[in-house]
Design a protein around this ligand. Structure first.
Ligand code: HEC
Length: 302
């Protein structure tokens, strides 16, 4: 091999290396469709009420929401039907899960979810067609759109794998029907940061500056203190919203450490139309793992 050939092949290696970095682009990762739907006031206590939620018995036996509501083989979900009924104020066994409906609000949003990781970070990408819905009410004047993601190490918290984000959502928190307390936020039973009993919570806010928000939910919801989220950015382009999170696999207090071989509970929510509190769209609970075929969302190394 002469010198210039060696130089060329060395350059080739460098180029391949660069291409390797470029291919860690989460927009190229496998896609999964997950429909987020309007849950109204269906907190964990409602989910467990046999007289109101037909799935309560299954939940008590430890069946996860998606076991009944999503056909993982076909990707069919009832979420769109559920959301449509609840958002319009429809009755379920004589109760309306949304006593104060926002007129014309769509019941669900189909979202394309992508995830990948490298040695240091996990990348999460959410894209969906903007609904264009505008109620004119601005509960959160600063942010037209917010995307929240929750992560939890499976098995740490009561109802976690069975309930997904519902384990943090209770019928006695603020903005729930009949609740006078305007301070009480999401929480988990026996929530305790030091004992690892918490849900990690990261959030994208579309308002000015788009500062990533990294918090957690233990005995209450805290929207700061996390060190894992390094970036959360989003844009609306050609009628499509795309939001991408860059999060360290490691983390500090209030951050779930993501390790190969473990399963994590994963759920996400979208607030559109400047909404706040429970007036959002949510996903059912899914499991997530790094290079783990057992996980509903298998985050592969790129
Ligand atoms: C054992 C099966 C099963 C499990 C597990 C289950 N559900 Fe259900 N769920 C049902 C059935 C059946 C209905 C009634 C469907 C209908 O009315 O068309 C229902 C209805 C609902 C509704 C809509 C109520 C309405 O107005 O019709 C919501 C919201 C809901 N489930 C959420 C959940 C969540 C969240 C979980 C997990 C924490 C869950 N379900 C777990 C079976 C289940």
């Amino acid at each position: 091999m002469n010198k210039s050939l060696i130089a060329v092949s060395a350059l080739g290696l460098i180029m391949a290396g660069l291409a390797g970095v470029a291919s860690a682009d989460v927009s190229k990762a496998p896609t999964k469709k997950i429909t987020v739907f309007y849950p109204g006031s269906s907190g964990m206590e409602w989910i467990q009420k046999g007289l109101e939620h037909s799935g309560a018995k299954g939940v008590k036996k430890g069946e996860a929401c998606i076991a009944c509501h999503v056909d993982e083989k076909t990707g069919n979900e009832e979420s769109a039907d559920i959301g449509k009924k609840i958002v319009s104020g429809g009755m379920s066994k004589d109760i309306a899960l949304e006593p104060t409906p926002i007129k014309g609000k769509p019941g669900s949003i189909p979202v394309t979810v992508q995830a990948s990781h490298d040695d240091g970070n996990i990348y999460l990408r959410f894209s969906w067609k903007d609904t264009g819905f505008n109620s004119g009410k601005k509960m959160d004047a600063d942010n037209p759109i917010k995307v929240g993601v929750m992560l939890e190490e499976a098995g740490k918290v009561e109802h976690d794998t069975v309930g997904g984000c519902w384990a943090t959502c209770h019928t006695d928190v603020r903005t729930m029907p009949g609740v006078k307390d305007d301070k009480k936020t999401k929480y988990i039973k026996d929530g305790n940061l030091a004992a690892g009993k918490f849900y990690d919570l990261i959030q994208f806010r579309s308002g000015k500056g788009q500062k990533p928000v990294d918090g957690y939910i233990a005995d209450k919801r805290v929207m700061e203190g996390g060190k894992a989220l390094t970036d959360a950015k989003g844009e609306l382009k050609g009628g499509i919203w795309t939001v991408t999170f860059t999060r360290k696999l490691s983390g500090g207090e209030g951050d779930v450490k993501l390790e190969p071989g473990k399963l994590y509970n994963f759920g996400f929510a979208i607030h559109d139309d400047h909404t706040a509190g429970r007036y959002h769209y949510v996903s059912l609970g899914y499991t997530l793992g790094l290079d783990n075929a057992k996980a509903n969302i298998n985050v592969m190394k790129q």
